[in-house]
Unconditional design. Sequence first.
Length: 193
Amino acid sequence: MSKTVEQVLSANADYVSEFGEKSDLAMPPARQFAILTCMDARLDPAKFAGLAEGDAHVIRNAGGRASDDAIRSLVISYKLLGTREWFVIHHTDCGMETFTSEVMGELLSGSLNTASFTKGGWQDSKAGGGTVEGKYINWLTFKDNATSVVEDVSRIRQSPMVPATIPIYGYIYDCASGELLEVPEATEAGRAA
């Protein structure tokens, strides 16, 4: 067993010992909202949005992008579990701004090993063989954070599965301060009818 597995299981045992009445939490989120945000480990939506267990749905992926799967989750959140407001929250210093789909395709064709980031960009060891499969995926990278928030809010708003009555707000989390900074153009694009 790895050290990581041991640490996770030990932490889980502590959590279980204090679980208490959490087994009584309802399936629908108590505060009736959902957050789509990045998987970046520096972001703790429970802390920056003041959430307790059972309060809200938090959907995470690389970049906090409005992928088909993210929209699927948001629609389930609304249609089956009653959320009434959604937040799209990207963040400063996002890794998705450091490469393109083409770069990722090339890195994966070089090898499946972890790449390294240098002043010259992403570098691959080219050891062990790779795959061309990464060249056929849109990795949903972006160059401008605010623009990507507007794009994602707009994509969600334009989905025929999303009711016009759900407001969708756009924000950028500042990794240097912890502050949520509104992207007004995104919030306008997500305005409820």
